[in-house]
Design a protein around this ligand. Structure first.
Ligand SMILES: Cc1ncc(C[n+]2csc(CCOP(=O)(O)OP(=O)(O)O)c2C)c(N)n1
Length: 553
């Protein structure tokens, strides 16, 4: 035991767990910040707590290592709001806040509302640290909770408006690092043998099985196992948006993302399946198109590390509770591969071909303003083999999910779990976690407006990401719904979705980044390549056609 301050204990523990960056808004754990500097942990001061949470989220999703974000008392509400996407996206994050001491509580204290209720909905472990001697328990438990089972954000609320009553205090402490919980997955459980046998039998008996692969497979490192199983039996594979890239986009068995954000051929093939095998993939409304794909009653096998997920949405599901990689290896090692589903996978391929033909005119279009489909083609061609691609939500998610090609096993695709504005700050976090890899964000202009001030943060810290903006000067995904609500009388419908034409490249230049505005399709590829080569924070602002709608049925 050594006598030390809470500040030193926290900083050394974070260092021991491999944390390289923290993202925050002042004023929080100031003495801890000093200790972190001594240990070489970078303290990325952001322009809002929500952006700090998104950066920690991007850091965590890109690397499977816990991301850390922090805020002081009144910033806590903003930080909690920023954790929603991380919670929905199963991202391991440690969120730290400061809280005024008990004598200030429940009596109209300046800047103070109860923190724990705000964090309850967006964390799986949400505790108050009242005494420095609790640190060894609560901080280590925070890492354990964040990384085990379904990864998720956790929250520690430190005593003191800035957490100062915790980080200034002194005690006899031992810094302990449990190396297993430095990244996900810390454990690789396997299902019971009879469950594996049951699942194998169902897969072999099925005539039209489909694999729905999710991010759980990617986090588990099971890409190769998914491909081997699919190829071994010739099973078509579709994915959730988060599972995109688990199997390359150009693989003959990959049909595309399924659900409400989809390619229609993927939906079609799941609708015709007689068995659906979810691998590391929750069966929520988006991936199942409101639980119609597959229809309730279809045979389902679900492999998930969390027993609460297997069968949550499809009663009677055959559960495989375990780690995706280890479990698939057990299956692959013993399953017969002479009963290939070749005719069925042929049909899936034909459906995919039909979709590609339907989208081809726009994918190859030379039109000005640029079609988003063509923009996706240009991004796909410019992506380095080890690129990390982050997509925002709105139509961006659908364009990116369906048309940006992730073809190398070393590329990684991440997307917002629904919060507009996520991708750009998350990309900054991803680059901090994986500094050696090119990071490319795809964002609508509506999304980019949320956190464009973080360009300054990226320049200040020299974090070179490339953000490609699909700039149609509207909230594209809202357009149709708003029109529909007007009926025949269009009124001033554009009030609800149109912005002024804004040159984001110019704004980026003003903040010290590289900015390139592109108006012609054949200039997009070069602009992205230039931005990547510049090794500076860069914005490629692409002026696109607002009347563009993805093919969803
Ligand atoms: C935080 C948040 N607020 C609102 C929405 C609702 N929403 C979904 S898509 C969208 C418009 C997206 O516009 P833009 O970013 O320009 O992308 P586009 O759809 O044009 O590609 C909105 C407002 C959301 N998803 N998240």
């Amino acid at each position: 035991m050594t006598r030390m301050t809470g500040a030193r204990y926290i900083a050394e523990t974070l260092k021991g767990y491999g944390v390289t960056h923290v993202f925050y808004v002042e004023a929080i754990l100031r003495r801890t910040m000093v200790e972190m500097e001594k240990l070489g942990i970078k303290r990325v001061l952001t322009h809002s707590e929500k952006a700090a949470a998104y950066m920690a989220d991007g850091y965590a999703r890109a690397s499977n290592r816990p991301g850390v974000c922090m805020a002081q008392s009144v910033g806590a509400a903003n930080l909690a709001a920023g954790l929603q996407d991380a919670f929905l996206g199963h991202s391991p994050i440690l969120a730290f806040t400061g809280r005024k001491p008990p004598l200030y509580q429940y009596r109209n204290a300046y800047q103070e509302i109860l923190h724990n209720t705000m964090f309850e909905a967006v964390t799986k472990y949400n505790v108050e640290v009242d005494d420095i001697k609790q640190l060894p328990h609560l901080l280590l438990q925070a890492f354990r909770e964040a990384t085990t089972g379904t990864p998720a954000p956790v929250h520690l609320d430190f005593l003191g408006y800035e957490g100062d009553l915790t980080d200034l205090a002194e005690a006899e402490l031992d810094v302990v690092v449990e190396h297993r919980y430095r990244s996900c997955p810390p454990h690789r459980p396997v299902p019971e043998e009879d469950a594996i046998e049951a699942a194998k039998e169902m897969i072999l008996e099925a005539e039209r099985p489909v694999i729905v692969v999710g991010r759980g497979a990617i986090v588990s490192g099971a890409k190769e196992e998914v491909r081997t199983l699919a190829e071994g039996l010739s099973i078509p594979v579709v994915s959730s948006m988060d599972g995109k890239g688990a199997i390359p986009d150009d693989h003959p068995l990959y049909i595309g993302p399924v659900g409400t954000y989809c390619v229609p051929c993927a939906n079609r093939i799941v609708s015709e399946a007689d068995l659906v095998f979810f691998i590391g993939c929750g069966a929520g409304d988006q991936v199942t198109k409101n639980w119609t794909l597959p229809p309730i009653g279809t045979k389902v096998v679900q492999l998930d590390i969390n027993p609460s997920e297997t069968g949550r949405n499809y009663p009677g599901t055959t559960p495989l509770v375990g780690d995706a990689k280890t479990t698939l290896n057990r299956i692959i090692g013993t399953i017969q591969t002479d009963k290939k589903k070749s005719g069925w996978s042929e049909r899936a391929r034909d459906l995919r071909k039909q979709y590609e033909l339907a989208v081809e005119p726009q994918y190859n279009s030379d039109a000005v303003p640029i079609r988003p489909e063509r923009l996706c083609r240009e991004i796909s061609h410019a992506l380095p083999d080890d690129a990390v691609v982050l997509s925002d939500t709105g139509y961006s998610a659908i364009w990116a999910g369906s048309l940006i090609r992730i073809t190398s096993p070393d590329q990684l695709f991440l997307r917002a779990s629904g919060s507009l504005g996520w991708a750009f700050p998350a990309g900054i976090g991803a680059k901090c976690a994986l500094p050696g890899r090119p990071v490319v964000c795809f964002s609508g202009d509506g999304a980019f407006w949320y956190h464009l001030q973080e360009i300054e943060t990226a320049v200040r810290w020299d974090i070179p990401t490339v953000t490609v903006i699909n700039n149609n000067s509207i909230l594209g995904q809202c357009q149709i719904g708003i029109r529909r609500s007007y009926g025949d009388d269009r009124g001033r419908e554009t009030d609800q979705y149109r912005f002024l034409d804004t040159n984001f490249a110019k704004l980026a230049e003003d903040m010290g980044a590289l900015g390139i505005r592109v108006k012609k399709p054949d200039e997009v590829g070069n602009a992205i390549r230039l931005a990547l080569e510049s090794n500076r924070p860069a914005v490629v602002d692409v002026v696109t056609e607002p009347e563009s709608f993805p093919i969803l049925t």
